[in-house]
Design a protein around this ligand. Sequence first.
Ligand SMILES: Cc1cc2nc3c(=O)[nH]c(=O)nc-3n(C[C@H](O)[C@H](O)[C@H](O)COP(=O)(O)O)c2cc1C
Length: 254
Amino acid sequence: MPQTDTVTSTPTLEALFNHVTIRNFTKEDISPSVITTLLNAARRSPTSSNMQAYSLVVVRDQEKKAKLAELAGDQRHVAECPVFIAVCADVYRLKKAAEMHGKTLAQNTENTMIATIDAALVGMSLSTAAESIGLGAVMIGSMRNDPELAGKLLGLPKGVYVVYGLCLGWPDEDLRPAQKPRLPEELVIHYEHYSTEDPTPLLKQHDADLAIHYNKLGRNLHQSAWTGVMADKFSTPKRPWLRAVLEKMGFSFE
Ligand SMILES: Cc1cc2nc3c(=O)[nH]c(=O)nc-3n(C[C@H](O)[C@H](O)[C@H](O)COP(=O)(O)O)c2cc1C
């Protein structure tokens, strides 16, 4: 493809620019061949050292989705979406590969991170691929509310955990949400070196922008719509037991 100074829109750029999380789906199913195409596209994602340290578990069974929805804190879209995909970090295969050659997989924080990053990347590709054909998606980090139960429901072996789930379905266009404003570009993009200029004014600006967005939706969340919510949410540790549970499930943080 020739290099140009200007960018014309492409389906990929369009999918990225138009992204919004969809939590309301029509009752229409997604055909197995569409899912297979999306999965195969996502499988082309880059992967650390070609390890491909992830697995994707496709769930259509209504009873199983209902159980996963409950595990996720009763998130109804998990039960309502036609296809739920558990995006898993997977070192199980690597262990097998090592054993095939009389070796033991040396596990540490690095390969736990590699598997988690590989899973996150393949899931992101899957989500973008889905959005590029008009499907809606919501990622479900609440799968980590109970990683052992998620593992049990999905039959995961030791060395596999659900990093997040992905609900896929055709968007209910009547309930398509407006895009949320993002943090100002200057706060998240740095050129050549990280700018440590006091972020407070831009954070306040974002609070105001987000408050307008929520007010339009009739949701009066918090005067400090971003900083206040983050401060409330993350001033106590989230899932403080997670490391111990993942260690039990075959991951190392050494
Ligand atoms: C790893 C990850 C986990 C998420 N988990 C949930 C979830 O459990 N439930 C949910 O409704 N949304 C979840 N989301 C969606 C975010 O809330 C959403 O992306 C964010 O609020 C920004 O909104 P937008 O995607 O519409 O721009 C998750 C997103 C990511 C990336």
